[in-house]
Each structure stands twice: as C-alpha cells, then as structure tokens.
Design a protein around this ligand. Structure first.
Ligand code: SAH
Length: 253
C-alpha cells in the first residue's frame, strides 16, 4: 500500500518541457486526477486510472486525490505549467486545513514544472530578465479591487509583469480595465507581449506597444507579459529579441 499524492506540473505543452522527475511520477502512478485537458495530455497506459474533472472544482479534486491515496493509491494530481502557479498545490494544502483522519499517513510531494510565463519569456528573449511580478487577473477567487491595486503598484514600482487568466468569456471586462490602468500608469511605448499556446504547434506571439493593444488580443490561452520602462527590442540578424536589462544607470551624486 503506497498512499502517495504527488502534485505535478506538466509544463506549457511541449513534451520536452516535462521534467524527468514528473515523467517518472506519472509512470509509476496508479491514478491521475486533474482538469480534463491536462489529463488528456498524459501518455495513455492501461493500468493508469484517470479521473478527469471540470474546472473550478479544485478543492473537491484535492480531497478525491487524498481519498484515493488513503485507499492505497499512488496518485498524481496534474496541473499545466507549474502546480503552484495558480494551480492545484495550494488547493491540496487548503484541503488539509479540514483533514479527514484517513489522510494521516498519505505522503505528499510537490514537483515543479515550467510555468507559462517562463516559456513565453524564453520564446521572445528575456523580458523577465530583471525584477518582475506575476498577477492572476481572474477575479473568481479575489476581489477586482485587489487586482487593480496590485497592477497600479506594480506599474509604479516599474516591475515587468506577467498576467495569467487574462480574459475569459465570463470575465470580458477585466482585461479592458487592466489595459486602461496600464495606459494611465505607463508610457504609450511600453512593450506588451501576447503569447498564446506557448510551446505548442499553434503557438502565436505578438509584441505590441501598449498604445496599440486591444482587449481581444488576449484570451484564456494567452499569457501576457508587460515590460518595465527599460524593456526593449534588440536585433540579431533577421530576428528581434525582447529583453529587460539587468542594470539601472545610477544617477551621479
Ligand atoms: N499552472 C499554470 C497556470 C494555470 S492558470 C502554469 O504554471 O502555467 C491558466 C493560465 O495560464 C491561462 O489562462 C494562461 O494565462 C496561462 N497558460 C497556461 N498554459 C499556457 C500556454 N501554453 N500558453 C500561454 N499561456 C498559458
């Protein structure tokens, strides 16, 4: 009886971005729990029982995984990207706040993965090459006021920023407001990167000055990176790279 829960991140899409540790955990699992499209990305195996579930049921999914492990399973909980970036690992620890006695001897491990913003950053160069922050634009689990305050302060702090869950059909206006906050706080020429389906065969990446951005440029398959005031484009042959320098000019005293 193994009784393990391993919370894994399977990266943004490309198979080569799955770490060997995560592949090994999936290979020895008896059960896989996760959101339907992530479960569909697992290599099929007759002795792996898959338990796909709908989005927005993270706590139930976490409890289900812990129950399966308590009954003797080796359970992987699958997230895309990294499991701690707006994904399942926090949900498992939230479930532990009201534990079942059966879970006492379940061993829990978190295995990291390549998160969407890092794959997107690498695809264009190094826009996250200096201080940056990362904001989930979904107001499903936190009030919009907090999101807007963080956006404004991050812009005032001149951080580069990465936005997850930028715009969905049920939340069409949040990203419009986000662009407005950025237009209030940053110059027109601030570089914005829309990276959709990063590391997949249908990857598309657009680099657009802030003044030319529109809300429709983002959807739920897009991670958005906003440069700092220092972020710029450098040319190499026929290629353009976007990067944020590592240093600030220090004013002479
Ligand atoms: N745990 C995931 C993030 C889950 S939140 C991770 O670490 O990447 C879901 C959001 O992640 C999406 O709305 C999108 O903003 C981003 N995302 C996930 N995979 C992506 C991909 N392949 N390309 C672009 N954005 C992606």
């Amino acid at each position: 009886m193994s009784k393990t829960v391993t919370i894994v991140g399977i990266g943004p899409g490309e198979q080569g971005f799955v770490t060997p540790e995560v592949s090994a955990a999936i290979a020895r699992a008896t059960d896989a729990v996760g959101y339907i499209p992530y479960i569909e990305r697992l290599p099929a195996r007759p002795d792996l029982v898959c338990h796909p579930s709908d989005n927005r049921v993270e706590l139930d999914r976490a409890r289900h995984a812990l129950d399966l492990a308590a009954a003797g399973g080796d359970v992987v909980i699958v997230s895309s990207g990294d499991p701690s970036v707006f994904a399942m690992s926090a949900a498992v620890f939230e479930a532990m706040e009201t534990p079942s006695e059966d879970w006492a001897d379940v061993e829990i491990t978190v295995l990291p993965g390549i998160t969407a913003m890092l794959a997107a950053s690498a695809a264009v160069g190094a826009p996250l090459g200096h201080d940056f922050c990362c904001i989930n634009l979904s107001d499903n689990l936190k009030p919009w006021d907090i999101i807007e305050r963080r956006l404004r302060l991050a812009a005032q702090g001149d951080f580069a920023m990465a936005f997850y869950n930028p715009r969905s059909t049920s939340r069409p206006h949040g990203f419009e407001k986000t662009l407005q906050v950025l237009k209030d706080e940053c110059g027109d020429n601030r570089l914005v990167i829309f990276a959709r389906n990063v590391s997949r065969s249908d990857q598309t990446i657009r680099v657009v000055p802030l003044q030319d951005t529109t809300p429709e440029m983002a959807d739920m398959r897009t991670v958005v990176i906003v440069g700092s005031s220092k972020t710029k484009i450098v040319q190499h042959g026929k290629q353009d790279f976007v990067y944020t320098p590592r240093f600030y000019e220090v004013a002479e005293r």
